[in-house]
Write a protein that binds this ligand. Structure first.
Ligand code: EPZ
Length: 419
């Protein structure tokens, strides 16, 4: 198990570059299956979750060559239509191959990716949409098999704007007969990035970023190799802004699309953080006063659930009491217990956390329970007096490339220890 030893108290200062978006790269890599061609994807973040997706594609028979942050994915020789259980267990987002496998081969078998620390994470909306397109879905002994002679376009209304279901159905519809309409679709920027990649390979997708996406099915022969650059990671960039704010530092994050970060920036400004946004950078200008604010996580363009733990760390040190309500996942407060060990004053009541700001946090012996909770504990430790030992940082590596190296370059004191 790997851990971080963190000594807080330094104000972070300097410039940090955000990597490509994990949550855009994963569906785009899965979409490479569709065109049975060699695709070139730039700005792919070098993360554990991306490494798992690479392993999944390789297991299926694709050839994946990585040159720095450029992935060359040749999907022409994919043979298998079944993904092993251990691969599926390593990352939930492996389920993103469902749509492109069903679209290209008409059948796929995966093991149920299961829930993780933040919630049960069912796939009922994925299956309902595929069944509407003519797929037969069977679930047995933890396996899911999907089969369809030929997918036909359908009018699908999602019960809720699920990111993964929107992505899987977009991919499944690319080679279906006729037009598929996805209503109440997720509107995250990652949907637009996937649409752009699909259209570069010859698909006909429009409306991504709105709540109605239309996909006109095309023939296999219409699809060709595609070259694409992944959009910047708005959640990684947001995490760095909070690192600057919580330490009272001054940090510029480059390689960002500020518009994608607007829901977070608005809330940070409301909390009194001075923020300057340029065309492709955002800067936090050191501020010692943080005001309490209320947060309610919502699908985009609401406040992102993936920034909820990080903001809770920040608001633990605010003047006043903040109410943070998590509406997207049913179990995304695992970081509360760990923050309380540092002296935070937080009470959970149902889906809300009441965060009463305290003057200071103290370092403690902590455990990262999931990706964003782990990131939040790093941020809290950077602001805490004395040292912190943070266990199980492998969770953090799933979504952040060498976080300790990036923050140490800004003045943090983090050492990674391998047990
Ligand atoms: C994506 O997960 C992201 N992961 C998550 O980021 C993010 O938190 C989430 O979207 C919400 O924005 C990737 O993109 C790889 P959902 P996903 O389907 O697709 C329920 C991170 O930290 N639901 O929008 O799994 C579900 O249980 C990760 O980077 C159903 O009920 O999210 C959840 O409560 C964490 N039935 C809610 O919808 C379904 O069929 C949102 O899930 C599908 C989802």
């Amino acid at each position: 198990m790997q851990k971080f030893l963190i000594v807080g108290g330094n104000r972070l200062k300097g410039t940090i570059r955000a990597s490509g978006s994990k949550n855009a790269a994963l569906p785009v890599l899965a979409a490479c299956i569709l065109n049975a061609s060699k695709n070139t994807i730039h700005e792919v973040p070098r993360l554990k979750d991306v490494a798992v997706m690479k392993d999944v594609l390789t297991y299926l028979g694709a050839k994946v060559v990585c040159e720095g942050s450029t992935f060359i994915v040749d999907s022409s020789n994919i043979q298998s239509v079944e993904i092993s259980e251990d691969l599926m267990r390593r990352m939930r987002a492996s389920n993103l191959v469902l749509g492109s496998m069903l679209g290209r081969f008409g059948r796929v078998k995966i093991s149920y990716p299961g829930g993780c620390q933040i919630g049960s994470r069912p796939m009922n909306l994925h299956f309902k949409g595929m069944q509407a397109m003519g797929a037969v879905i069977k679930e047995k002994y933890g396996y899911i098999s999907a089969q369809a002679e030929k997918l036909t376009g359908a009018d699908i209304h999602l019960d809720l704007p699920s990111v993964g279901a929107t992505e899987n159905l977009m991919m499944a519809a690319v080679l279906a007969c006729g037009i598929t309409t996805i209503r109440n679709a997720a509107k995250e920027p990652e949907m637009v990035d996937l649409q752009n990649f699909l259209n570069k390979m010859g698909a006909r997708v429009k409306g991504a970023g709105t709540d109605t996406i239309k996909i006109e099915g095309v023939r296999r022969s219409d699809l060709k190799p595609a070259v694409h650059t992944i959009i910047p990671d708005r959640i990684e960039a947001g995490t760095h802004l909070v690192a600057a704010a919580i330490t009272g530092g001054e940090v510029t994050v480059t390689n960002v699309i500020p518009e994608h970060m607007e829901p977070l920036l608005a809330k940070m400004r409301e909390a009194g953080i001075r923020i300057l946004a340029g065309d492709d950078f955002v800067r936090v200008q050191g501020s010692d006063r943080i005001r309490a604010v209320d947060i309610k996580t919502m699908p985009y363009p609401g406040f992102p659930t993936d920034m909820q733990p990080q903001m809770m760390a920040l608001l633990s040190l605010a003047e006043g009491t903040s109410i943070i309500t998590e509406t997207v996942f049913e179990n995304r407060f695992k970081h509360v217990g760990e923050l309380r060990r540092m002296g935070a004053d937080i009470k959970v009541e149902g889906q809300s956390a009441i965060v009463k700001g305290v003057k200071k946090l103290s370092g403690a012996y902590l455990e990262a329970t999931d990706l964003r909770a782990g990131a939040a504990l790093v941020l809290a430790s950077l602001a805490a007096e004395n040292g912190t030992i943070l266990e199980d940082v492998a969770h953090i590596d799933r979504g952040y490339e060498r976080l300790e190296t990036k923050y140490n370059a800004l003045g943090a004191r983090i050492v990674r220890v391998h047990d």
